[in-house]
Design a protein around this ligand. Sequence first.
Ligand code: 7JM
Ligand code: MG
Length: 198
Amino acid sequence: WHEIIMEPILDTLTQSTRPQRRPSQRVIQAIDQFCRQKEWAMNVGDEKGMHHVVNPATVLELGTYCGYSTVRIASLLPPTPIARQIIAWAGLQDKVQLVEEASGDWIPKMRTEFGVETFDLVFLDHWKDRYLPDTKLLEDCGLLRKGSVLLADNVIFPGTPEYLEYVRSSPQYESQYFQSHLEYTKVEDGLEKSVYLD
Ligand SMILES: Cc1ncccc1-c1cc(O)c2nc[nH]c(=O)c2c1
Ligand SMILES: [Mg+2]
């Protein structure tokens, strides 16, 4: 459902803003033209190509050289999730690690998988019943430091009562509510900002 909702967003983007990326076939054509007309290079090329395989999902490439075959192979992979396309369209893919797994499974792996020491900011905007358990998990994994900010969306609507109770009553947090409205509506909602005091 979310991918269906997000597709028009990407379509709007691709029709109204300058791309931060080049369609892969134009990249391949440009490299083939250069290597055919100007300077030979050891790419697999446009004749041997990659049409011998169909729909790979997991690929190991040994020997990347200039990335030519990487681009060819990656263009055969299943479509990229919309969020990843939108982030790339904004040219921010090098700043973002997109993890498509459950938060409760990945928070304990942040240090080993991504070398994270502590987070300066955690924006909570996922399943409302995960706000509190994930906050406790972040504390238990030592991923918050003095001054880390938790910024939580939807604390009024759809609402996260257990989370609010916790951050507002815990001596470990200095919490403040910023009243606003549910996005694009006149329904009350707001953000709760909670600073971890350690
Ligand atoms: C989807 C929806 N319908 C009616 C009222 C509110 C919502 C709503 C609004 C949000 O900002 C959300 N943020 C993160 N995750 C959500 O599930 C979510 C749901
Ligand atoms: Mg939200």
